[in-house]
Design a protein around this ligand. Structure first.
Ligand code: GDP
Ligand code: MG
Ligand code: ZN
Length: 418
């Protein structure tokens, strides 16, 4: 009997460990070191797109998984690491948890992408470069985005500490403290690091473990997933009978999905002048580069389907919501929103008062991982007519951005009303 129990434990263990259990965002101003830190933690360089390499900035959301371990032998200081063997003493380290990182672009023109990523984050690392004045515009705008989308567990990574003398680092630390006062991250721990040479990453992992817990989610509820990436994984010129179906990635907010499930994507794809939901079957599931039979809320997952791969190419179904057939929330072409505007503008160096909304003004609304333009067609009822319909529920929080010149900046948040 005893031997049977032992036989079962390792299998369960593997199942539990296959998928990351938490999504941690990397946010902050452009060039402060988010992608470098993602690499230091996970070994993965997430800037892959040719345009990203050419311009040296992140444009899309980047994803990378890693596993946190702690050495049972090293103490004072404790040794936290991302390898099975302790880098200090060589002992076998203890598994803590698997983590997915969502690396956001920090460029001011890419707020929409950052906001879609924030919809998936359980917690975030706000990366602030020690060799620049704090706050830079997107340091502030990203922190505000975390706040309005309810990402409350935040660690500050004070990066590039190698570039400044000690007294400059202290001065920058004090600026950070002053900036955080009165924000959601007022009490967030600040960890000095140098991402490019891996300095203090162990302390950062320890701080993440203490500050960003795995969220409690309901696996028993009907599944709901946000799509954040989608692909056609076939090589150009692949033969029709060897074609693989459409693939997409994202995170489950609740429930569980299995290989073989009949799923639906809402609002679906554009057909003529309207959007039509699409249904398909899950043919494969992937978590942390492993094939799995079921996926759960938490870290990033990939779903293989029977869909025509041309439907999913180049992120074309991002923002869709996925669930079991006929079990998803409704799709709306018009939404009523309880609106909360900030007092002052963020995202630019200069601060101005935010003007009230105008009838027929076009605003950018971020609803989950979806981005749409809403025309404020009824100012009194606060009703928007949407360019792309959204699958949403009453009570959902959305981010509201307004166009300033060629950029969209956050001006407030809303709550979907009946
Ligand atoms: P992101 O825009 O926030 O993703 O920033 P990147 O990770 O692309 O980094 C921007 C630049 O800063 C790159 O040239 C990095 O090599 C450099 N960098 C990142 N972290 C550090 C660090 O800790 N020290 C130094 N000296 N340079 C760094
Ligand atoms: Mg980057
Ligand atoms: Zn050790």
């Amino acid at each position: 009997m005893l031997y049977r129990i032992y036989a079962v434990i390792p299998i369960l263990d593997v199942k539990l460990k296959a998928q990351s259990e938490v999504n941690i965002g990397l946010v902050g101003h452009v060039d402060h070191g988010k992608t470098t830190l993602t690499k230091a933690l996970s070994g993965v360089w997430t800037d892959r797109h040719s345009e990203e390499i050419k311009r040296g900035i992140s444009i899309r959301l980047g994803y990378a998984d890693c596993t946190f371990y702690k050495c049972p032998k090293c103490s004072e200081p404790d040794c936290y690491c991302t390898s099975e063997k302790c880098p200090k003493c060589g002992s076998e380290a203890k598994f803590l948890r698997k983590v997915s990182f969502v690396d956001s672009p920090g460029h001011e023109s890419l707020m929409a992408v950052m906001l879609s990523g924030a919809a998936l984050m359980d917690g975030a690392l706000l990366v602030i470069a020690a060799n620049e004045q704090c706050p830079q515009p997107q340091t502030e705008e990203h922190l505000l985005a975390l706040d309005i989308l309810n990402v409350k567990n935040i660690v500050i990574a004070q990066n590039k500490i190698d570039l400044v003398p000690r007294e400059k680092a202290v001065e920058n630390y004090n600026q950070i403290k002053k900036f955080l006062k009165g924000t959601v991250a007022e009490n967030a721990p600040i960890v000095p690091i140098a991402a490019n040479c891996g300095a203090n990453i162990d302390l950062l992992i320890k701080t993440i473990e203490e500050t960003i817990p795995t969220s409690k989610r309901d696996e028993k509820k009907s599944p709901l997933m946000y799509v954040a990436r989608s692909f056609d994984i076939n090589k150009p010129g692949a033969k029709i009978d060897g074609l693989k179906g459409g693939v997409f990635g994202g995170s489950l907010l609740r429930g569980k999905l299995n290989v073989g499930d009949e799923i639906e994507l809402r609002p679906g794809v554009k057909k003529g002048s309207t959007y039509k939901p699409i249904t398909t079957k899950i043919t494969s599931l992937n978590a942390s580069s492993q094939k799995v039979e079921s996926v759960y809320p938490g870290g990033l997952i990939g779903i293989g389907t029977n869909l025509d791969p041309s439907l999913t190419k180049s992120d074309s179904i991002c923002g869709n919501v996925v669930g079991l057939k006929n079990q998803l929330p409704n799709v709306y072409e018009k939404i009523r929103v309880e609106i909360h505007l900030f007092e002052k503008t963020v995202g630019e160096k200069s601060k101005e008062n935010i003007k009230g909304l105008e009838k027929n003004e076009a605003l950018m609304l971020s609803v989950g991982s979806a981005v749409t333009i809403g025309l404020l067609t009824d100012l009194k009822k606060k009703e928007f007519t949407l360019k792309i319909p959204v699958c949403t529920e009453v009570g959902q929080r959305i981010a509201i951005s307004r166009r300033f010149g060629v950029r969209w900046h956050l001006i407030g948040y809303g709550i979907i009303a009946e």
